[in-house]
Design a protein around this ligand. Sequence first.
Ligand SMILES: Nc1ncnc2c1ncn2[C@@H]1O[C@H](COP(=O)(O)OP(=O)(O)OP(=O)(O)O)[C@@H](O)[C@H]1O
Ligand SMILES: C=C(C)CCOP(=O)(O)O
Length: 373
Amino acid sequence: MRAAAAASTAADAAAIATPSPAAAAAAPQPPLPRVRRIVKLGGAAVTVKSQVETLRPEVLRHTATALAAAAAAAEEGEGSREKRGAAAGEAGGTVLIHGAGSFGHHPASQYGVARGPLSDSRVRQGFALTRASVTRLNGLVVAALVEAGAPAVGLSPFGIYTTRDREVTQSGWPAVAACLSAGLLPVLHGDCVVDEGDAGCAVLSGDTLVRDLAGALRPDWVVFLTNVAGVYDRPPEEAGARLLTRIAVRPDGSWRVAEVEGTPAPAGGDGGIRMTADAHDVTGGIALKVEEAAAVARLGIPVLIAQAGSAEGAEALARGAGVGRGWRGTRVEPEGPAAGGSREGCSDGGGWGCGDGGEGVEVREIGGQGGLR
Ligand SMILES: Nc1ncnc2c1ncn2[C@@H]1O[C@H](COP(=O)(O)OP(=O)(O)OP(=O)(O)O)[C@@H](O)[C@H]1O
Ligand SMILES: C=C(C)CCOP(=O)(O)O
């Protein structure tokens, strides 16, 4: 499905960077550490997206506390150290990526950083301003995690990622893996990077970084936290908006609505999903998130989209697909036997079907939706 992002952002949204399958293959191959969760903390959740560089400190504090606790929690069914319970200060195989929100989208939009070219001095100035802004937010996020007891370290995509014509040509996953192997919790962010094509620069969304890192590191689960409970059938502020509680991803990467507000979706009832993006958003808003979530789920990795600062968000961080029956958010899962049937991987709380209900629902074909790619 392609969503109708706000017209003012369509050009920027089309110009953002995407992962390339070749990128991970070309990178050096350090041993892969165990990765439990990759988390995207949305800029819309942690900042007031419409007000320049305005933080939501309470959401940041809540998320940092929940994430530090989840990272430090005992890992049932693993080695003896984990059975005793890991201590505060453990990274727990956790990678955090935060979005830019009102730290980054405003200068990137104002100076045309997503389109380039970097040879234009005004774009260069915007590139530098955007990086200054996103790294300020990164400092605040890292500080909140350290305060909460997590061994968090900031890691900017600029310098470890490159793109060509906005496709990732060099992935930064080896640097992320090295942090994890050292017992640290890497904190990346949406960023602008050097592009080897004509534009000279590209905006790399945190949502796209999630997809790239999930492909390389194969986490047990992925969580997207944002400022709303999940993906709705229309912008959530509109009257009658209904939460899409399950999205099924077909083997070809296309997706369809499988469940709405906990009820299997009626045949043909999913035709008019509408998504919009903030006027300053240069990466496409919720539509890109769904696209990247579907790409991750297609790999067989469970994806949950939930509200930051909520009990649902904290549960998703801690339990992955093992969230309880009453959990309210959007599950994005591969269609077919892997979606809901198997209890493989339940010992580590990660895979679909490990929860206390809801995962056995047969996903009904309701057809008709186009693919994302
Ligand atoms: N159909 C929809 N379902 C859910 N959210 C939607 C929909 N249409 C528009 N939105 C808006 O999308 C926003 C979330 O997407 P957005 O990309 O801004 O989140 P984010 O990842 O938290 O932010 P950032 O991109 O800055 O990291 C919400 O504020 C919501 O109002
Ligand atoms: C605006 C910049 C530089 C990054 C955007 O990242 P996102 O908020 O995760 O989409």
